[in-house]
Design a protein around this ligand. Structure first.
Ligand SMILES: [Zn+2]
Ligand SMILES: [Zn+2]
Length: 172
């Protein structure tokens, strides 16, 4: 009983003799199936690179190309290549997003900025003018003042309503 050789790609059993196997491996049917097999494992970038270099196969759309994956012309339509290009581009965009700082990083950076800001807020600019008045800048409205009824205009918080019935007097 002669040994049998089983080709995984072609799912075919043949006599296990070196010359028969050699002929089989060189055969178009076998190479087509091997190529089709590896096409599944190629990443889209590789397929895009290979296919966009090839001229379109004129026989394949008519169902007349017998070369399959080993055809030196592309069996991808321009639309398929465009779709592949879009896919690769979006894949790269996702990768770029993934390499951006994590939420944790951003949070810590924000906390850092906040503490720097608070520090500088505490350091008010103090100016002594010629008449000996002390000004602390930046001047902010003290909300406690709202608790006192009528305040002099100069320190009252002005609201938009204050301007509704304002009579503009011309200064002479
Ligand atoms: Zn085979
Ligand atoms: Zn072809």
């Amino acid at each position: 009983m002669s040994k049998r050789y089983y080709c995984d790609y072609c799912e075919k059993t043949m006599v296990s003799s070196p010359s028969i196997i050699k002929t089989h491996v060189k055969g178009v049917v076998h190479q087509k199936l091997v190529s089709a097999h590896y096409q599944h494992f190629k990443d889209p970038e590789t397929i895009l690179k290979e296919e966009s270099c090839k001229k379109p196969c004129t026989r394949f759309p008519r169902g007349e190309c017998n070369f399959g994956g080993i055809c030196r012309f592309s069996h991808y339509t321009p639309e398929q290549i465009n779709a592949l290009r879009d896919y690769v581009a979006s894949k790269y965009n996702n990768l770029n997003e993934a390499s951006q700082p994590s939420f944790q990083d951003l949070y810590q950076r924000l906390q850092g900025e906040k503490s720097i800001k608070t520090d500088s807020d505490d350091q008010n600019t103090v100016i002594y003018d010629e008449s000996g008045v002390t000004h602390v800048l930046p001047w902010t409205y003290n909300p406690v003042l709202d608790n006192y009824g009528e305040l002099p205009l100069s320190i009252r918080r002005l609201k938009s309503e204050d301007f509704v019935n304002a009579s503009l007097v011309e200064w002479g």
